[in-house]
Structure formats: structure tokens, C-alpha cells
Ligand binder design. Structure first.
Ligand SMILES: Nc1ncnc2c1ncn2[C@@H]1O[C@H](COP(=O)(O)OP(=O)(O)OP(=O)(O)O)[C@@H](O)[C@H]1O
Ligand SMILES: [Mg+2]
Length: 221
């Protein structure tokens, strides 16, 4: 089991009202699995992904990533940097940095040596080898999102967490992105957790969940 979630709850205080966003959620993610999650806007998909990605804390419950309990982890930043790659709806690339620098950012953070040849090969796989020195603003939406995926996988994470990765793409680029995720899953055995409103990307999930009213329901069982 690559991720184990036990009795996870998260509330937000909205004025005087308590929003019960995640209500005692438990589920497992197997290595090499694609998990897709859908649910109405505001149902807590981004909240759940942020907690799984160690960017936010739950109120109660336990999470294990690669058998390591998050509550007992000494260095969450390192655990995140080495295990988890993120792809967001709005790529979040740094406009002042070249594509190459953007992709190498997780390596700089982990103070790892950058193998220029490997980075070049990565750009080749993503068909952007001529654009390494370009800046994000000079790219199309689909190209930017491909750079964001490269940045997510550059540290060879075991898990990619993607929050509406096709939410800002046209149909053609969304289809390309879906194919890319599938390829990374089968070729590299990369585990994906994807929140999406897009039925086509939802369909690639080996395990498919609906988040609604604080509950996470597996629709395959
Ligand atoms: N920091 C916060 N403080 C208060 N309420 C919050 C906070 N973050 C999220 N919420 C609320 O929690 C609920 C879940 O939000 P979340 O962003 O997780 O939903 P979502 O399912 O990702 O929605 P969408 O599909 O629109 O992206 C929403 O009602 C939101 O307003
Ligand atoms: Mg969201």
C-alpha cells in the first residue's frame, strides 16, 4: 500500500458555521494505481489532495505514505519533495525562470546534483527539447502543463497528485494530457491521485471515487 488513509476528518470554520468537509474518510491507494476523484464544486477535493500531499493538516485521522506515518515524520518537506509530485490546474510555473530552471526546481530544493543530460532527455520525451531556454509565458497552455508535469516527476516521486490537471486545457490538449498520465502510469508504474470534473480523465481511474457531503464513496465496489 503506497498510501493508507484512516478516519480522516477536516472542518473549516466559516463565520460561526462549521463546514464538515471531510467526515471520517478511509481509503487505500496501491502502488501503480490511478485513483480518480470527482464531486461537486466545494465538496473538498482540493482539501483532500492538499492533506494527502502534506500541504495541509487534517483535524483528525492518520495518513501513511510508503508506510511512514505523516504525524511521525520528522521532515515533512523532505518527505514531500522526494515522494510526491504536484500538478495543478494553473501550472504554477515561475515566469522569471526558464523552462529548464522550472523543471529543475525540485532538484534545487532537495540540493541534488542536476544531471543536464537527463533533463534534456526528459524534455525530449515531452517534445519540448527546443524550448528548454524559453520562458513559461512564451508557451501555449498545453505546453505549460507539460512542463508542469515534467517538474512533478523530475525527482522520480512515487506519487503524482493532480488537482484538475486538465481544467484549463482545451479538448485536444486534455486528451494529450490523459494519454501522458496513462503512459507514465504503465511505463514507470507511477501512482496517480487525480481530482477532476472531466469525465474522460475520471474514467482512467483504476479506482474511482465520488466525494460528496463529507463522504468518499468508491463507485467500483
Ligand atoms: N482555508 C479555508 N477556510 C475556510 N473554508 C475553506 C478553506 N479552504 C476551503 N474551504 C471550504 O471548504 C470547502 C471545500 O473546498 P475545496 O476547495 O476542497 O473544494 P473542491 O471540491 O476542490 O471544489 P472545486 O471543484 O470547486 O475545486 C469549500 O466550501 C471551501 O469554501
Ligand atoms: Mg478544487
Amino acid at each position: 500500500m503506497i498510501i493508507k488513509v484512516k478516519n480522516l476528518s477536516k472542518n473549516f470554520l466559516d463565520g460561526k458555521k462549521t463546514l464538515n468537509v471531510l467526515n471520517n474518510i478511509s481509503f487505500d491507494v496501491k502502488e501503480g494505481e490511478i485513483v480518480t476523484i470527482k464531486g461537486p464544486s466545494g465538496s473538498g477535493k482540493s482539501t483532500l489532495l492538499s492533506i494527502l500531499g502534506t500541504l495541509d493538516h487534517a483535524d483528525s485521522g492518520e495518513i501513511f505514505i510508503n508506510n511512514q506515518s505523516l504525524s511521525e515524520a520528522i521532515d515533512l518537506n523532505r518527505l514531500r519533495n522526494l515522494n510526491i509530485g504536484f500538478v495543478f490546474q494553473f501550472h504554477n510555473l515561475i515566469p522569471e525562470l526558464s523552462l529548464e530552471e522550472n523543471v529543475c526546481m525540485p532538484k534545487m530544493i532537495s540540493k541534488e546534483k542536476i544531471d543536464k543530460q537527463k533533463i534534456k532527455e526528459l524534455f525530449k520525451i515531452f517534445e519540448l527539447e527546443d524550448r528548454m531556454k524559453s520562458f513559461p509565458n512564451d508557451l501555449s497552455g498545453g505546453e505549460k502543463q507539460r512542463v508542469a508535469v515534467m517538474r512533478a516527476i523530475v525527482n522520480n516521486p512515487s506519487i503524482v497528485i493532480a488537482d484538475e490537471p486538465t481544467g484549463n486545457l482545451d479538448k485536444e490538449n486534455a486528451i494529450k494530457m490523459i494519454a501522458l498520465f496513462k503512459k507514465l502510469n504503465t511505463k514507470n508504474n507511477l501512482t496517480f491521485i487525480i481530482a477532476t470534473h472531466d469525465e474522460e480523465i475520471f474514467d482512467i481511474g483504476h479506482s474511482q471515487y465520488i466525494l460528496e457531503g463529507g463522504d468518499l464513496k468508491n463507485i467500483n465496489t
